[in-house]
Ligand binder design. Sequence first.
Ligand SMILES: [Zn+2]
Length: 294
Amino acid sequence: MPKGGSPEEELNALLPASVAVRFDEMFPSVRARRVRRRDRKRAEMLRKAEPVLQRALGPLEVVRFVTNGARQLAWGLVTAGSMNPFTNRTIFVLTDKRILLIHTDSKQRPRLFANQLPLERIRAATGRHSYIFIRSGREQLMFHGVKRGEAKYLRRLLESTPAKEGGWQNLCPRCFVATDDAPKSCARCGETFKDPRKAALRSLLFPGLGDLYLGYRWYALLEILGAAFLWTLFVVVLVPAVRARGFSGVLIALPVLAFVALLHGSDAILTRAKARSGLHSLDRALPTGDTETT
Ligand SMILES: [Zn+2]
């Protein structure tokens, strides 16, 4: 990392070469001739997202700001989706045309899906502390985990944008064409997407299977282990109870069974919501710097 040069030189060296950046919006502290750690982190974030940005952004589109955090569609709060750090990590890229959300892994590499919100569709951007609320269409996106100062700055960048109808758009993870709905396959490149209903049914059958199908492997593993534990508990309670009391022993184990059933049901609902939060490609993920690009 070059350290000797000016702040601009140092940051430019970190930025991806193929992405146009509005420098003074992206790095507001540089005017004070300083490079903050967060500035370096943001430049790095952008570099990791480069394979997606290259394909998703228009030829004249300029990146204004980037930050990372967790996204949350409003009603997902009800389903405890916020306790799900494995599946909702996102990079938030603001350009002169849109907000681009890129799902990432824990190392901020693009992973499963991407969405976008054209700026003219933003009805309101509010928030407090490290929270940003963006209202559009019938949905409100909650983005959190952003550094406080950055959240405030970002909200200011988002303020006073004209409002049109419509909400978030899904992006095809392969050709990055935008769509307002959730098609079974991409109208432009033919890429097929995972079916939210299939994902939900799998989770109903056994918690975690739907997540596995969607590609959230670690979260799936945790759920499968948790559900397996509860099923084991059910059997451990059931067998001695039936031995001791015959058929009426089943009643004793019934509460455990009810709990397990509840888990299956709620995981199905949660999995469906996760599947619908973006287009999950059937046989590929988002491009990262690691994989060969096509
Ligand atoms: Zn496509």
